[in-house]
Write a protein that binds this ligand. Structure first.
Ligand code: UDP
Ligand code: MG
Length: 325
């Protein structure tokens, strides 16, 4: 149950976003000033930006103590930056997860909070419209179709990172041990009463997308492989099918000869086709096994998801470092 004046922390991964940060601060400031009966915090996670993002956030934190910065030691990627933010937001009553580029409009946040106050532990902001076009759009659509049919914990096609987690959900998320994190999938996996709030996704306010297409593909694969064993099962089925066909074919040829027919075909083309086809299927099989094995390897190494640039001193006050430069 939400406290009477709950603390809401916004966790915002930032990577080379100096162009949008001033507008982000202004719009968040306006939201915070509105109050809504909440204590507001913004926790910006600098994911190893190479521009002035960290300095801008640090200056903002000095001007307005509702803003805080944590810095990662290098660029760890969006999912790790998000994990870092959630790990440092454990004292909040609810955490809003959002992008820095204002594609997730801060003006929707009061609706997320309202849905949480009405009893939902997890609130997903669901896009009424999607602005991506072309290859990215195709990729997103394809991913959601494949993921939806593979995963035991399907995610809504029009939801992304933007949303709210209550404290119990944040703790559940922080307790997850895995390295390969696919936030929307894990959010579906942890359960809890979930509500949806519709919104219109905006164009990026300034700057260029920081997620490369390659990275998005990798997240997509993480989503599929960490939420489903179906690719492995499909291999088993394919193997059974091919073995059955081989057996039936062999039987057919034996009977053919026993019945006295001559086996006169040359069969070179058939042979080449079969060898290439089966070779291909086997390589795909090894590739799929490799995807799982590589993930197992990453998990057993147990490297942390992120490293802080300025870890708090053990003796000093815990919490994000906002002053050092
Ligand atoms: N981001 C990050 N680390 C990265 C890439 C991106 O923290 O390595 C942040 C970025 O600053 C933004 C959010 O993740 O706040 C979403 O990135 P972007 O807008 O580039 O992705 P898209 O909207 O295309 O999914
Ligand atoms: Mg964006």
């Amino acid at each position: 149950m939400p406290a009477s004046t709950p603390t809401i922390t916004l966790v915002i991964p930032v990577f080379n976003e100096e162009a949008v940060l001033p507008e982000l601060f202004a719009r968040l400031g306006a939201l915070f000033d509105g109050g809504q009966g909440c204590v507001w915090r913004a926790l910006l996670v600098d994911d190893g930006s190479r521009d002035r993002s960290a300095a801008l956030i640090r200056a903002q934190a000095v001007r307005d103590p509702r803003f805080a910065l944590i810095e990662l030691s290098r660029n760890f990627g969006f999912q790790s930056a998000l994990s870092a933010g959630l790990a440092h937001a454990a004292t909040a009553d609810a955490v809003v997860t959002m992008d820095a580029d204002l594609q997730d409009p801060p003006e929707v946040i009061p609706q997320l909070v309202a849905a949480w106050r009405a009893g939902a532990e997890i609130v997903r902001a669901t896009r009424r419209t999607r602005r991506e076009r072309g290859l990215r759009r195709l990729g997103f659509d394809l991913f959601h179709r494949v993921f939806g049919s593979l995963s035991d914990y399907p995610i809504e096609a029009n939801t992304g990172t933007f949303g709210l987690l209550g404290r119990a959900a944040v703790e559940a998320f922080n307790a997850l041990p895995e390295r390969h994190r696919f936030f929307p999938g894990l959010r579906a996996w942890i359960g809890f009463p979930t509500a949806d709030v519709l919104y219109d996704r905006q164009e990026r306010a300034a700057g260029v997308p920081q997620q490369t297409f390659r990275r998005l593909v990798r997240y997509g694969l993480d989503g599929v492989f960490s939420f489903s064993h179906l690719p492995l099962r499909l291999l088993t089925y394919a193997g059974l099918f091919v073995a059955f066909m081989g057996f039936a074919g062999g039987l057919f040829f034996v009977l053919w000869r026993l019945l006295g027919f001559e086996n006169s075909q040359q069969g070179f083309t058939t042979l080449v086709t079969l060898v290439l086809f089966l070779g291909g299927v086997q390589l795909i099989g090894i590739g799929v096994l490799g995807e799982y094995l590589g993930r197992v390897y990453d998990e057993v190494k147990r490297r942390p998801n992120f490293i802080l640039k300025n870890p708090p001193r053990a003796s000093g006050a815990p919490g994000p470092a906002t002053t050092r430069d």
